[in-house]
Design a protein around this ligand. Structure first.
Ligand code: CUA
Length: 342
């Protein structure tokens, strides 16, 4: 018993290390279902460890029996091939079949219990957030009974720590899947259908998620960030998002706004407080406050923003955003203006 309790932590560590190594090869950053930051992901991770432990035990037992059978058949070869007993073979098949049914039933019960536990988590006074998957970005609307309190943003979902959040998902084009591994299980966003899932972050942090359903050429560049922060910080962020976009404060930003409003940008993008009210692309009212550009494709820096505006197809081939032809001074003014929209 003491031996097994000593073995378990090192087994766990080995599996985490191997998975982290594999994960590090595929996705950088803090994006692991093995590192739950909330009760939903915690339950799912417990279920996973249980299933892994059971499957490992089955594998070990099968390997032991295999080794034993190989050894026995060798000995029998040497002892002039005495036939194996039919009765013991039958017994083995019956016991093996019964054990398989038992283990699968245990998996089923654990799975149902996890589903029920997830459903039973407190949801009172939940924050309701509508997440709409687009090719290839996330539209985010905070639902509020007062129309003037509805916040619309993109690709980054701020939430208050320790409070339940309902994610109401949908899609206008193809099936996407919303998944923040540290916080909850996958939820498909299906055209013509509304889905709902719940999450709660118990630790502050920035949790990265990736669209989990192949949705076209740039599926891999469809990242969502959940930023969990204490209530006062969240409220401050919310109120800042509610406010109209900052008006230009100097000649450069004034020129940038002018460039924006006179270009094709306004067809697809909104900047509140201006005439730009396009809805095909993400709102830019507070684009300067976001951590990334193009749904997690690039860190939000002036250089990256300029590169994105000039030739988005080079960064994200297939994206709906067309290239823009403008002179260097206009581009610089436009980038300065957009980055000032905190
Ligand atoms: Cu959206 Cu994959």
């Amino acid at each position: 018993m003491r031996q097994s309790s000593r073995l378990w932590p090192s087994f766990r560590r080995t599996v985490i290390a191997l998975t982290a190594l594999l994960g590090a090869c595929i996705v950088p950053g803090n994006e692991s279902a093995f590192n739950p930051a909330g009760p939903q992901a915690g339950r799912i991770s417990t279920l996973w460890w249980f299933m892994l432990a059971a499957a490992t035990a089955v594998w070990v037992v099968v390997m032991v029996f295999l080794a034993w059978a190989v050894r026995r058949s060798r000995q029998r070869d040497q002892a002039l091939r005495e036939p194996a007993g039919d009765a013991s073979m039958q017994r083995g098949v019956v016991v093996g079949g019964a054990l398989t049914v038992l283990i699968l039933t245990a998996f089923l019960i654990a799975d149902i219990a996890t589903g029920r536990a997830l459903g039973a988590l407190p949801r009172k006074n939940a924050l309701r957030v509508e997440v709409i998957g687009h090719q290839w970005w996330w539209e985010v609307n905070y639902i509020d009974p007062t129309p003037g309190r509805i916040v619309t943003t993109a690709n980054e979902i701020h939430i208050p720590v320790g409070e339940p959040v309902q994610i109401i998902g949908s899609s206008p084009d193809v099936i996407h899947s919303f998944w923040i591994p540290n916080l909850h299980g996958k939820k498909d966003l299906v055209p013509g259908h509304t889905t709902s899932t719940w999450l709660r972050a118990d630790k502050p942090g920035v949790y990265r998620g990736q669209c989990a359903e192949f949705c076209g050429a740039q599926h891999s560049k469809m990242t969502a960030l959940v930023i969990a922060e204490p209530r006062p910080q969240f409220d401050a962020w919310y109120n800042a998002q509610l406010a109209s976009a900052r008006p230009p404060s100097n000649p450069v930003t004034a020129r940038g706004q002018d460039v924006f409003l006179k270009s094709s940008c306004v067809v697809c993008h909104t900047i509140s407080g201006t005439l730009a009210a396009g809805t095909l692309g993400p709102t830019l009212s507070h684009v300067g406050s976001r951590l990334t550009l193009a749904s997690g494709s690039l860190p939000n820096t002036p250089g990256n923003l300029a590169a994105w505006i000039v030739d988005p197809q080079r960064i994200k081939p297939g994206t709906r955003m067309p290239s823009s032809n403008m002179n260097q001074a206009d581009l610089q003014a436009l980038v300065t203006y957009l980055e000032s929209l905190k």
